[in-house]
Design a binder for this molecule. Structure first.
Ligand SMILES: CC(C)(COP(=O)(O)OP(=O)(O)OC[C@H]1O[C@@H](n2cnc3c(N)ncnc32)[C@H](O)[C@@H]1OP(=O)(O)O)[C@@H](O)C(=O)NCCC(=O)NCCS
Length: 150
């Protein structure tokens, strides 16, 4: 398994957009637009995939705001997903470590994410910060943060 930066793998843009779309039920065009914006000059947006045997088995992105009210808490890790048959092998952990290192190189010292999970991100050093209101959600979600240079 390798973790790939999609800014360096433009040929995977379409495949990755379709993969994220299938996981999250959001139009592939929206992912594609964001993925095609990735470059080495700007920290955000960025997209990363876990790649094995010619296929994507996991991935995540970094965007300005993952559709929540705290626009000051930015940038946000989003769309963290690992295919079911590859879970519990530490792939999400590797992706989360990878994104911290890459963002640190861009000079980003803090990353944020919103989730409903209550005991997953802690294992990789993320800390609960506060509750936030996400678009189209009745209940508040949990905001976590991490220092990228930990
Ligand atoms: C959450 C997810 C990304 C974890 O991916 P993964 O590659 O299996 O994660 P890791 O291998 O790094 O860690 C797995 C460990 O976390 C635990 N874990 C997974 N989800 C958890 C949760 N919601 N709460 C607590 N622990 C959880 C697993 O039981 C496993 O523990 P173990 O090693 O003791 O068996 C994956 O389950 C997934 O894609 N889920 C659906 C999408 C999702 O919820 N994404 C997060 C959106 S915020």
């Amino acid at each position: 398994m390798k973790i790939l930066k999609l800014r360096e793998r433009k040929n995977l843009s379409e495949q990755a957009a379709e993969w994220f779309s299938a996981k999250w039920g959001i139009s592939a065009d929206i992912y594609k637009e964001s993925i095609l914006k990735c470059n080495g000059a700007n920290a955000v947006p960025q997209w990363y995939v876990a790649y094995q045997d010619g296929g994507i088995i996991g991935g995540l992105g970094v965007i300005e705001n993952d559709f929540h009210s705290r626009t000051d808490l930015t940038p946000n890790v989003c769309a963290v997903y690992v295919d079911e048959e590859h879970r519990s092998k530490g792939i999400a952990g590797q992706l989360l470590k990878f994104v911290c290192n890459d963002m640190a190189e861009f000079g980003i010292d803090t990353l944020y994410l919103v989730t409903d999970h209550t005991a997953f991100y802690e294992r990789y050093g993320w800390q609960f910060l506060c509750e936030v209101q996400c678009e189209n959600e009745r209940q508040k979600s949990r905001m976590y943060f991490i220092k990228t240079k930990n």
